[in-house]
Ligand binder design. Structure first.
Ligand SMILES: [Fe+2]
Length: 208
């Protein structure tokens, strides 16, 4: 059975991408999302919502995203669709502690809504939300999936290919092509960032 709240979130995210300059990664991701939305064979898993230490920052991050001036109604709709899926979220720090250290789970978590380990398992598309505590550097990492992030934290810093990080504003879309190293940091606020994955979505991220 489909989850209407998750479907609406995916639909709203895809509509938002329609206003971005198209490239092959965006096109492939929209295609995977549309396949998911049309797929009647997918079943809800038994995965239940969970909290993580970093979710202490969730309310602040969301309130700040909703309170900021929005460039357009599409961005506000996507913030609201993200807010609507939060009660479903199974937050986890992911990563093996031996790879990232024992403190990592205090500062980082993500929730998979669709995909491996998520509310709705899916082998060709994944989506979820990442949350990072203030002043925590989410170190350089990579994965085979194409990744499209929506930045909901004004002033957060994002980098690819180990270049200096760039400041992003609310509503910016950040594209991480397959296997390209990327990292994030925000000194003063938690980073809240919904994402879409397409391509090889069953291989988890690894630190570089
Ligand atoms: Fe990533």
């Amino acid at each position: 059975m489909r989850n209407q709240t998750i479907d609406n979130y995916v639909n709203t995210f895809v509509s938002y991408l329609g206003f971005q300059p198209a490239n092959n990664d965006i096109k492939a991701t929209i295609q995977a999302a549309q396949r998911f939305l049309a797929d009647k064979s997918l079943e809800r898993s038994t995965v239940q919502p969970t909290q993580a230490p970093v979710t202490r920052w969730l309310d602040q991050a969301l309130e700040s995203a909703l309170a900021e001036p929005h460039d357009n109604d599409h961005l506000l709709s996507l913030c609201q669709a993200t807010q609507a899926v939060l009660p479903c979220c199974p937050w986890t720090p992911g990563y093996d502690e031996k790879d990232v250290g024992s403190a990592f789970k205090q500062y980082f978590a993500y929730a998979t809504l669709v995909g491996d380990g998520g509310i709705i398992p899916c082998s060709y598309f994944s989506t979820g939300i990442t949350l990072i505590a203030p002043d925590f550097f989410y170190d350089w990492h990579h994965h085979p999936a194409i990744e499209i992030y929506l930045n909901l934290t004004p002033g957060s810093m994002w980098g690819i290919n180990k270049a200096p990080l760039d400041e992003k504003k609310l509503g910016d879309i950040i594209i991480h092509p397959s296997q390209i190293a990327h990292a994030m940091h925000c000194e003063k606020a938690p980073i809240l960032a919904p994402w879409l994955w397409a391509g090889d979505v069953n291989v988890p991220a690894k630190m570089c």
